[in-house]
Design a binder for this molecule. Sequence first.
Ligand code: NAD
Length: 370
Amino acid sequence: MKPRKIFLLPGDGIGVEIMAEARKFIAYMNDELKLGFICEEGLVGGAAYNAHGMPISDGDMRRALAADAILLGSVGGPEWDGVSYDLRPEAGLLRLRKDLQLFANLRPAICYPALASASSLKSDLVEGLDILIVRELTGGVYFGEPKEIIDLGEGQKRAIDTQIYETYEVVRIARVGFELARTRRGHVTSMEKRNVMKTGLLWNEVITAIHAARYQDVILSHMLADAGGMQLVRAPKQFDVIVTDNLFGDLLSDVAAMLTGSLGMLPSASLGSLDEISGKRRAMYEPVHGSAPDIVGKGIANPIAMIASLAMCLRYSFALNIEADRLEKAISAVLDDGLRTADIYVQGMQKVSTSEMGDAILEKFRLISA
Ligand code: NAD
C-alpha cells in the first residue's frame, strides 16, 4: 500500500485546538484501521510569521507540494494586525492556494437534522439539506487586471476591477462540478449573470457545451446568480451541486452556510487539476471559519468543521468513501445524542468542550467502523 501523505498546518488561534482533535482520528485510523497515513506538520499564518518572518516558509511550501493532501486549521488574529499586507497571516493561505493551483473550492452546506432548529430558516426548509457549492477560486474579478484606483483630480477617483474568464478555466471547474454530481444526486445548477456580463455569456456557453459533450447523464440547470441567491433562501433543497464563479461563489456559499447553523460546523475543500499520470489531485482541506480569537484557549471551540474537513480529505484525496461516510455518520450520531459545543448549544442539550466533542465523535466512529 502506498503511504498516504498528509501535511498538517494547524495555524493560529483555535486552529491549534481543533487540529489536536483531527490528529486523534488520524492516529486511530493508523493504529486500528491500518490506513497508513504519514503526517508531517508545519507552520502557517501568524505562527509561521513569528518563527520565520513570513506567513509560510519555503521549506513548508515544498512539503505542502510534496503531500497528497493538506489539512489546515485557521490563520490570523489581532496579534498580527500591524504586520505589512504581504506578510499578513492570510497571505500564507493565498500562497498555498496559488502555488498549488487550487482552482475549485467545495463548500458543502449540510443541515444535520438535530440542528435544523438552529437555522435562520424554518426547520422543514433545511432539515436534511445537502448542497455542494463548487466555486471557481483562482480567476474572475478578484484577480483580473487592470485592478486599480486612478486619481482623476478635482476630488474624483476611478476604481477598476476586471472580471475575466477564459474557456479553460470554465471547462475545468465545470468538470469538477459534473464529476461530483455523478457521485451525488446527479444535478448541477450553473449560476452566472449572462443577462448583463460577457463572462456570464461565456460561462453559460462553455458549461452547456461540456454538458452536451460529456455529461448528459447529469441534469443541468442554469440560473441567474441573483435569482439563485433568492432560491437558496426560498427553497434550498431544490439544489444538489451549484457551480459558479469566484465572486458569486463567495457570496452564495456564505448564504448557504447560514442555512446550516454555526460557522463551527462548516468544512471546505480546495482542489487542483487531476494529474492524468499519477491520478492525483492537489488538495487542501480546512474549516470555513477563522481563528476565533474571542474564544481561543478556552477549550470551547467546535471541532466539527475540522473533523468534517478530514472526512472530505478521506473522500476526495484518498477515495476512502466508506470511512468518510462513517465519519460523517459519527458526527450526526453525536449531535442526535444531544452533545453540543457552546456555539450550537441550546437549553436541554449537554454542553461539551472541544476535546469532549472530539472524543465522543471518535467513539461513535470506532463503533460504526467495528
Ligand atoms: P471567525 O470565523 O474566526 O469567528 C467568527 C465568530 O464565530 C467568532 O465569534 C468565533 O468565536 C465563532 N467561531 C468561529 N469558529 C468557531 C468554532 N469552530 N467554534 C465555535 N465558535 C466559532 O472570524 P473573525 O472573528 O472575523 O476572524 C478572526 C481571525 O480569523 C481574523 O484574523 C481573520 O482574518 C481570520 N480568518 C481566517 C480564516 C481562515 O483561516 N480560513 C477565515 C476567516 C477569518
